[in-house]
Write a protein that binds this ligand. Sequence first.
Ligand SMILES: [Zn+2]
Length: 320
Amino acid sequence: MGVKIDKAFYIKTKKIISNFEADKQGLTGEKFSCPICNATLSFTKHFEKNYPNKVVKVSPFFSLIPKVVHNEDCKYNTAGRVKKIMKKAIELKDFIEMDPSKKPIIRLQVVTEELESKENPKDDVPNENDAHEMEVENDGSLSPYLSAMKQIMILRSEVENNNVLKSEIKLKYKKKMVSWDNFYFGQKEVEYIKLTKYLDKKSIPKHPVCIEGYITKPLEYVKFPNKSEFHKVFIEMPYINGLDDEGKKEIPSVSFLIPIEMEHIKRKIESEMQKGNNQIVAYGKPYFKKNTGRQPLTEYHNVTLYINKKAQFHCFNDTM
Ligand SMILES: [Zn+2]
């Protein structure tokens, strides 16, 4: 558990080994330790994810064995990363409150409000740096709420699942607590199904959600019947084999829409794609709509997020 790590100390050879080398040698089950703090690590070999039109190989990685944690000052320590992010955010009293055990609770309604305010594309600061704090710090005049949200989203994308952050940060929308499992949805088909089931309820939640996905093709211009215009980011649909109880095939379909005037956001995603970063995670208020496909018995469960601000997305690549 914890953050995925790409190199480790191999106890048998007493040498540092990369994730790809360990994969080549088939070292599943061998003993490794953190190159910085010596915490015991295990190795997960590469695995495959199936999509309707392709199979994607996810990179192998090292991660903590159960019940072990990195040293407090190790850069792979998740609690340490959370503390660092929160150090700045904690000043924002309307954004963060503390629970009785002194763990931060994020008030998601502040994020929703902030997303509705306009971003001036002229405020854009060109950014050639990748990921992490560097990326966020260089995003120029980002709202402090949204940049903290972005850093938390990036950290979550680097750990294996929601459980890692559950004990570090809590989420709340107005008076109600929001579970991480109803907030962050990864790329696996089960998570997309969970997402559409959650949004298909009578009242779609008002809090923002984070969704990860693979970008399948170049961005395209789209115009809707109401004349609104967007750049559309196409996200790979999961491969759904089975039918539901009524004999229907329900296919989650996620897309991100960028308002046409937000040309700088489109360019940023395109430049990330050129660097091979074809995976994206974005947060925003979700919109949900069901469509029946041309093929009988197929129902598309469409989820749309609007990206108005650079703080809302992060591109990355964890595939081989
Ligand atoms: Zn460590």
